[in-house]
Design a protein around this ligand. Structure first.
Ligand SMILES: *Cc1c(COP(=O)(O)O)cnc(C)c1O
Length: 419
């Protein structure tokens, strides 16, 4: 690959400026690795835990130990980690349907949830398809304030007005496809305390996608009842081939497990079919892999900021998830960005991404993904819905070095467009 002189210089300048940030990212990765390895040691992870089961998967010791260490690492009482869960949306669906009952209210307090949840909740899609709304579950939301904080006054008012009907307070930790700030674990902790003070029986449920291992604790450690995520994002470390997880209080995880399989069977069944090893290996790698992705995001922020594009977070800002947004300003620039990333990927570098209607998304989306695992976004990937201001959402990078290559390719592709 050939890079322009300008971009080579800019990348070197970025690394010099980012040295203190990178040191902090390494410190967090070290602390999280210690947490993971302590859990492995405490629960005596052994080679026999990687044995495969089929059929019902009764007495799958590897599955049980993985659930236990996952709970421990997340600061939770219990967890279910399963290769049967196809993506983050399904994991979230399991959590929502597991807890909510007819007549309950789901109150989203960080604004609109992730695009793919709109059909699950029943905010769009066909009546009768089986959304929460079809089952008599109501939904309401509270926007974040203009500076991206929880609107405690409005949350309190809703909790009081609905008088005990709010079974679930729902928080999306990461910005997802929204131009807003990502919430920190400390902020979510404050919210949990606040909600429990007014409505102690409400479950606080966190969409934890893209947040795992970015800080040294997870929302469950500060009182969230349930956190939910995908194994082809952060906590799979780029090693898990597929899967999702739910971690939280014993009761919340039990309810979710009844929805995952059936009431009664819960988490005690489920064949692992050879997937235990990549899931264990993924958890082992996750703190390190997440650090690689965060360094790549810092570098991207620096480079695109200097090239004059609005970015969020800014290059020198502390991170709460692995997502970097770059406001490209036009459909052409968004496509050039994604095509540059694709050309700098290890797999399918020769293909040209095109905008496409995606199931579950309302606008056409362009995606760059040259990943070993299909759809994996802890691996280098970029995407953006084709709507103003044409924001590119960039995340991942299994290695910082390969991430750096792709960022430079994207910057060069956009520079060509200017000419
Ligand atoms: C990725 C993501 C999801 C759902 O993910 P899929 O795995 O694509 O189904 C949900 N919420 C957030 C914030 C996400 O980033």
């Amino acid at each position: 690959m050939q890079f322009s002189e300008r971009i080579l210089k800019l990348a070197a300048e970025a690394e010099a400026a980012l040295a203190p940030r990178f040191a902090e990212v390494d410190r967090i990765a070290f602390e999280n690795t210690q947490t993971v390895m302590d859990a492995f040691r405490e629960h005596r992870v052994a080679a026999t835990n990687f044995d495969s089961t089929s059929g019902y998967g009764y007495d799958d010791r590897g599955r049980e130990v993985l659930d236990e260490i996952w709970a421990e690492v997340m600061g939770a009482e219990s967890a279910i980690v399963r290769q049967q869960i196809v993506n983050g949306t399904q994991a979230l669906t399991i959590g929502l349907f597991g807890i909510l009952r007819p007549g309950d209210i789901m109150l989203s307090v960080a604004g609109k949830p992730y695009d793919t949840l709109e059909e699950v909740i029943g905010l769009c899609g066909n009546p009768g398809d089986g959304s929460l709304r079809d089952f008599g579950v109501d939904y309401d939301q509270v926007e974040l304030t203009a500076d991206g904080k929880f609107d405690f006054a409005t949350i309190e008012e809703k909790l009081r007005t609905y008088a005990g009907r709010v079974k679930m307070v729902f928080v999306q930790r990461s910005k997802g496809y929204l131009n807003r700030k990502t919430l920190s674990v400390a902020e979510i902790g404050e919210l949990v305390t606040f909600v429990k003070g007014i409505s102690p029986d409400s479950y606080v449920v966190v969409d934890n996608c893209y947040g795992e291992f970015v800080e040294t604790s997870e929302p469950t450690a500060v009182g969230a009842d349930l956190i939910i995520g995908s194994l082809i994002k952060n906590p799979g470390g780029g090693m898990a081939e597929t899967g999702g997880y739910l971690a939280g209080t014993k009761r919340a995880v039990e309810l979710a497990s009844y929805r995952l399989t059936s009431v009664g069977c819960g988490g005690e069944v489920g064949a692992t079919m050879g997937q235990n090893k990549p899931m264990y290996k993924g958890l082992f790698y996750a703190p390190h892999t997440v650090a690689q992705a965060i360094k790549t995001a810092h570098l991207a922020a620096y480079i695109f900021e200097k090239l004059g594009y609005p970015v969020e977070p800014s290059w020198n800002e502390e991170r709460h998830d692995i997502i970097q947004t770059v406001i490209t300003g036009s459909p052409e620039a968004l496509c050039a960005f994604c095509r540059g990333i694709q050309s700098g990927s290890p797999v399918d570098s020769h293909v040209t991404p095109e905008p496409w209607a995606m199931p579950g998304y309302t606008d056409p989306v362009i995606m760059a993904a040259g990943a070993f695992t299909q759809g994996s976004s802890i691996e280098l990937s970029a995407d953006g819905p084709l709507r103003p201001p044409y924001t590119a959402y960039f995340q991942g990078g299994l290695t910082y070095e390969s991430g750096r290559i792709a960022i430079m390719a994207a910057a060069d592709a956009m520079a060509k467009l200017e000419k």
